[in-house]
Design a protein around this ligand. Sequence first.
Ligand SMILES: [Zn+2]
Length: 291
Amino acid sequence: MGTDSHTWATHAHKQTADLQALEQQATHTATAPLAAAIAAAQRAATTQWLTITSAVRTAPGADAIRRLLQRIRELLAGAFRGQGAHAQQAIQEAALAAVQFGAAQAARIGTLIGGSPPPTSPVLEPGPQAQAVTEGVTKAIDNEHHAALALLTTAAITAGGLAGVTAVFRRARRAVARVANAAAVAVTSAAAAGAAAVARAFGPHMLLLWVAEVDACPACRAYAGRTTRPGKPFPGGLTLDPRTVFPSPIVGPPRHPHCRCVVIPWRSDWQTGGTPLPLLLRQRAQTARRI
Ligand SMILES: [Zn+2]
């Protein structure tokens, strides 16, 4: 104790920046092979299109279109093959790293502010939200693959030409965004689960204190400085701007995909110098630049 609240707030904000770096690494690892495979498939499909259209001055015939469609189906099948398993593995590993990160950060800041470490080492699990998105990512990828195939019709390619081909691959790339979202949610929720486990290990009076990332959205900034007991949800619907609102109560971050807010252990009887830390976090969030 004794160190100024501003120091702890800065510590806590640094943690959100570290979480963002962790998320970016996880997103890259999980999405890079799929993104590269879809890009390569699109290049091959575009080449095929140019081949069948450059040979004829009129539009390609029905046979050429049929062969093109078949080739694109094969290219997409190749691009998507094995990607669900890769993404699932990558996200699972990222969630395990994130729960360790959240726990280590929580133990550190709780020990520094409270003066003693947690008396027990908690069992660390990424938590139900990370588990759900990890398990769901293969299906999410499959869904986008099928949605792309649904655009690949003789009518659409005959009418749209190369734009029609491009639309198929644009649709396929939504799978990359789905994987990125899953990775982001897994990392942030696992970090929060690690912090919650450590807060419980500190003892029965320990709360979780919401720390919003520095340029958080108006909803997340409304959560800054709020506390709850581990496992008890924060209320839904808080926001500084009614255009950005998420109605459901949540046990911790992320409030939305790519939210890098964190929770840290906090006791209501802890004295930090100057403005109490929860109030300071709230004030900082309310005067942040995106208001
Ligand atoms: Zn947030």
